[in-house]
Write a protein of this length. Structure first.
Length: 277
């Protein structure tokens, strides 16, 4: 059965109780509605979704899923360990990802996606750390986190989130620079799994407009946090981990995209407008 719930709902930043004293920007203010996207964009999203569903289909035919593909060969799933152990890296695109878990019952685990220096577009540079208290990867070792994809115990995507620098040890790039990197994420080989690699790249294309919103919101949250904590290194503050999270449903989004391409209108974040029914 295809879910009839909302495609995307505003996410609530998963921060520590100490955040109550900090006025943080609302994520929903940064997320586009599906109806606001032009036809060409919605068509591109739909085509990416077709690939997501096709990768899922071929895995299901073998009783498999994308999470199982990256965990294959490991008897135990250990919290905080990277799967596969040495990450997945494409030497041509310089895209990289790994899967791990550390968020308890909120999910089974999540994919962290990255782009390394060799694949970055011209003109991007790490943001100025200012009060940095820890070294950042530099030069050829520079790396940017793109977005994380949360998964459930059945190997299905349930959310996307952005996070603070310390979480992944990245070189921090401004949101607009990271947005330029998104289209360069591609794992064009078959290790550890061809359909899993294709699936992850297609997920980033399917949710591109909302990933952009998560990244812009991330920068706004970090800026607000820094204003509230002057003189501290916001990028290393363990009280600020997840800057924004949004739930996702691929079947629901695909249903909404198909309806939109057929001429339906939308009222919120991808929910068909049924006000005249």
């Amino acid at each position: 059965m295809i879910s009839t719930g909302p495609v995307i709902e505003p996410g609530v930043p998963e921060l520590s109780p100490a955040c109550g004293a900090v006025a943080l920007p609302a994520l929903e203010e940064f997320l586009p509605t599906l109806g606001a996207l032009d036809h060409a964009t919605r068509l591109a999203l739909f085509e990416a979704g077709v690939e997501v569903l096709e990768c899922r289909r071929v895995l299901l035919r073998g009783g498999l899923n994308v999470v199982g593909e990256v965990l294959r060969g490991h008897d135990a799933f250990v919290e905080m360990e990277h799967y596969p152990p040495d990450d997945v890296f494409d030497a041509d695109s310089h895209a990289q990802y790994y899967y791990h878990a550390h968020r308890g019952a909120a999910e089974h685990g999540h994919f962290h996606t990255f782009l390394r220096a060799g694949g970055m577009p011209d003109g991007v540079a790490p943001a100025q750390a200012g009060t940095a208290s820890e070294p950042w990867p530099e030069g050829e070792e520079a790396i940017s986190h793109l977005v994380a994809v949360s998964m459930d115990a059945w190997g299905e995507p349930i959310g996307l989130f952005a996070c603070n620098r310390w979480v992944t040890g990245e070189s921090w790039y401004a949101a607009e620079d990271v947005i330029r990197m998104l289209e360069r994420f591609e794992i064009d080989h078959a290790w550890p799994s061809w359909p899993a690699n294709r699936w992850l790249g297609a997920m980033l294309r399917l949710y591109r407009p909302w990933i952009e919103g998560l990244l812009r919101h991330r920068d706004a949250v970090v800026a607000a946090w820094q204003r509230a904590h002057p003189g501290t290194d916001v990028f290393e503050d363990r009280a600020l981990e997840i800057t924004g999270h949004m739930p996702v449903s691929v079947p629901a989004l695909m249903t909404a995209l198909e309806a939109g391409l057929a001429g339906a209108s939308f009222d919120t974040l991808g929910t068909p407008d049924r006000s005249d029914e």
